[in-house]
Design a protein around this ligand. Structure first.
Ligand SMILES: C[S@@+](CC[C@H](N)C(=O)[O-])C[C@H]1O[C@@H](n2cnc3c(N)ncnc32)[C@H](O)[C@@H]1O
Length: 224
């Protein structure tokens, strides 16, 4: 599997391995920004007409109503190729809530909620999902979760976690370990120059997938 950027944090800050990795990660993002246009992903819509956007607290998510409608449509398409639905990066639980309300499958929300700055986010997540019996929070990174995975194949994964090149590359590789062909992956923030590494990581792996939708800042692919 591609190196988990969170694992390198166990190595002391001044160790050459960590310094080399950090330099490579920064250079990768710089390259992604400089060549942002080269990694443009074609706009495409093969999911069909999405339904209405869900009721949601749009102030507590960066996912737009249009993107939410596409996520729900894509979730409905991924009905036969796995057991659970996975969200990587749950934050305040807005996306978790409407994904979980739209399925009977177990929904695994993965987010480490690292540091005191995340206390409010974790509290909002718990409040928002308390009534949803199919939601489980795994308070760890996606890499940790996948290394200990025992929940069967995922049929749908929404990746909206750390948005740099090394993390998105890792998360895509990790997603391959817990999915089978046919599973659907959605990735957020693929057209934002601030997250140029996110777009590049997706672009470079497109041949492993069928691109089924790309609307502004959201890509949806099916694993080949
Ligand atoms: C953009 S927010 C997610 C927003 C959420 N999907 C929504 O729209 O409501 C990103 C989240 O990813 C989490 N995160 C960062 N790195 C992660 C990782 N390696 N695995 C899982 N979650 C991660 C952060 O703690 C943060 O809460």
């Amino acid at each position: 599997m591609t190196l988990d950027p969170y694992l390198i944090k166990r190595v002391p800050k001044w160790h050459w391995k960590r310094l080399t990795f950090t330099a490579w990660a920064k250079l990768s993002d710089l390259h992604s920004r400089l060549f942002f246009q080269e990694y443009e992903i074609p706009m495409i819509d093969r999911v069909g007409e999405p339904g209405a956007a869900p009721d949601a607290c749009w102030d507590e998510t960066q996912v737009t109503p249009q993107q939410a409608a596409y996520l729900l449509k894509a979730l409905a398409l991924a009905d036969n190729c796995g057991e659970c639905v996975v969200e990587v990066g749950a934050w305040r639980g807005v996306t978790t809530e409407y994904l979980a309300a739209a399925t009977d499958s177990p929904v695994v929300a993965i987010d480490p909620f690292i540091g005191s700055a995340n206390e409010t986010n974790l509290r909002r997540f718990m409040e928002r999902t308390a009534a949803l019996g199919n939601v489980t929070l795994r308070r760890e990174t996606f890499g940790q979760a996948v290394r200990n995975w025992n929940l069967g194949p995922a049929r749908f994964i929404f990746i909206d976690a750390a948005h740099d090149y090394v993390n998105v590359s890792h998360d895509l590789a990790a997603a391959m370990r817990i999915t089978k062909p046919g599973a659907i992956l959605a990735l957020h923030d693929v057209d934002d120059r601030r997250y140029a590494g996110c777009r590049r990581a997706v672009y470079e792996r497109l041949e492993r997938f069928e691109l089924i939708a790309h609307i502004p800042n959201l890509v949806i692919v099916r694993r080949s």
